[in-house]
Design a protein around this ligand. Structure first.
Ligand code: ZN
Length: 201
């Protein structure tokens, strides 16, 4: 039976690049990948990576109200079946849309791989990532902090390069940004630079 996978990792761990490589691998053997991008990401309809020249059009840019089970069922035909569904920025799907994709694996027998963040810069799950963590097989993509320790958390930076302190209670969970706005951090530097108030009683 096909499975639901969540390949999670902090900013800069190569999630989009890996998605694009997997898509290309399917194409190379004459099989059809189906790339979904949450509609919340208004930067473009493209899946871009930091690797120069490595990008692809999304097959579906999905607003929150769209039923992804219906969309995949419609798109996958006998003549041109979908071999695998790949989701970029998977944390931005709604919890219901992750449920939809779970049904895709079970009822349509099509594997689904979501690439995304486990937590935001306040170390909290997104509604979508919480659902992925609950339903999917988990695979971690690794990244290092500036200090060379393993980075498991994500800090958010202002244009001047300083970190937004979670202590301030700002809530901008769904603001998009590239590598200039976010940085993968080890737990030690996360507590030091982003703040420890939400961990300390
Ligand atoms: Zn560090």
């Amino acid at each position: 039976m096909a499975k639901l996978y969540f390949r999670y990792g902090p900013m800069g761990s190569g999630k989009s690049a890996q998605l694009l490589i997997v898509a290309q691998n399917y194409k190379d053997v004459g099989r059809r990948p189906f790339i979904i991008k949450p509609g919340i990401d208004t930067r473009s309809d493209k899946v871009d990576s930091r690797v120069k020249g490595l990008s692809a059009e999304a097959d579906l840019v999905a607003p929150a109200e769209i039923d992804l089970y219906d969309e995949v069922a419609k798109a996958s035909t006998l003549k041109d079946p979908i071999a695998c569904v790949l989701v970029d920025e998977a944390q931005f799907l709604t919890a219901q849309q992750v449920n939809d994709l779970f049904l895709v694996t079970v009822k349509l027998d099509i594997p689904v791989i979501g690439y995304g963040l486990r937590t935001d810069y306040q170390a909290e799950t997104f509604p979508g990532s919480a659902r992925w963590l609950a339903l999917a097989q988990l695979e971690e993509l690794k990244m290092v902090c500036r200090c060379n320790r393993k980075a498991t958390m994500t800090g958010r930076k202002r244009p001047d390069g300083t970190f937004i302190r979670s202590d301030y209670g700002e809530n901008e969970q769904v603001l998009m940004g590239g590598n200039e706005s976010y940085e993968a951090l080890c737990p030690i530097h996360y507590l030091e630079w982003v703040g420890e108030t939400r961990f300390v009683r």
